[in-house]
Design a protein around this ligand. Structure first.
Ligand SMILES: [Zn+2]
Length: 301
């Protein structure tokens, strides 16, 4: 069965038509509409418009269901987008609204969890029963699989980005200081460098390039981000003993410049514990929308 899939992010909405075998026919992108309290209405109108475009482009396909994933706090059971600091919504009944607008059953969930589902079924986390899929982009969050089953904690599990790390006093979007996300996300690395130097860098990769070229401030910020991530991962290891930690999101594109020091620092924090395999995510930027499609297919089955 072909399904529609939507990944609503802080910047853009991705929409795809995905066949039963996982073939992604088309991925459309458009800017996420924002209008305060009216944002949920506009977002649902936008996904309905994108669905129309997909149906027109592929008249042979009859989508049997849709998957919709969003950031922030999500109540999967009641189909509510509870809260998002970026999108500004509160308890929006997005699943019911999307079902009404699309005319098909809708599977609804969290973007990080959907990305984790895609990595576990089709990507780097396949074959592991105890695994964390950590996304490091604008924010930091983990999708957890424990004993072969996703551990969701009512949609609140895996929010490691908003747990404190040692030695940080950085202000965070959540309102407190010293969170992992405020120290080590791609956005935080960029912001911290800009604040220290008064220059505007293009992103975390630019900070890394400067560190490699001998910029002492860039080196200090990059290294402190790696230490903070390893500190947080050490706690994941202590609590969950994952066989592997899969790292995706923009920061993972740094490759060995991230994975090698992260692995050494994590190993330095561990003694008798099992050192997890640190693996780059395989699916990349479309993991959320692909996970939404898998959720929609599970709904039909
Ligand atoms: Zn925070």
């Amino acid at each position: 069965m072909t399904v529609l899939a939507f990944d609503v992010g802080g910047t853009d909405v991705k929409a795809a038509l995905v066949d039963a075998d996982g073939t992604v026919r088309t991925v459309l992108r458009s800017p996420t509409p924002r209008a305060g309290e009216d944002t949920p209405v506009l977002v649902v109108a936008e996904i309905a418009r994108l669905a129309g475009e997909l149906r027109t482009t592929h008249p042979d396909a009859t989508p049997a269901a849709a998957g919709l994933v969003v950031p922030g706090m999500v109540d999967e059971e009641r189909g509510l987008a509870v809260w998002s600091e970026n999108l500004g919504w509160h308890d929006a009944p997005l699943r019911a609204m999307a079902r009404e607008a699309l005319g098909v059953p809708v599977a609804f969930g969290h973007d990080t969890a959907a990305g984790g589902l895609a990595e576990r079924r089709l990507g780097a986390a396949a074959g592991y029963d105890d695994v964390a899929v950590v996304t490091i982009g604008t924010g930091i969050a983990a999708a957890l699989v424990v004993g072969g089953r996703p551990h969701r904690g009512g949609g609140l599990a895996g929010e490691i980005g908003h747990a404190p790390v040692a030695g940080s006093d950085e202000p965070c979007a959540c309102g407190r200081r010293g969170c992992l996300e405020a120290t080590a996300s791609a956005a935080a690395i960029t912001r911290r460098y800009d604040a220290r130097t008064g220059t505007g860098v293009a992103g975390a990769r630019d900070v890394l390039a400067r560190a490699t070229a001998g910029d002492a401030v860039a080196r200090e910020i990059w290294d402190s981000a790696v230490v903070a991530l390893a500190f947080s991962f050490a706690h994941l290891v202590a609590v969950l003993a994952p066989e592997a930690i899969v790292v995706g999101g923009g920061l993972a594109h740094a490759g060995p410049a991230l994975f090698e020091p992260l692995g050494s620092q994590l190993a330095a924090y561990l003694t008798f514990q099992r050192m997890p395999a640190l693996l780059p995510a395989r699916i990349g930027g479309d993991a959320g929308v692909l996970g939404a499609a898998l959720m929609a297919q599970d709904l039909i089955r």
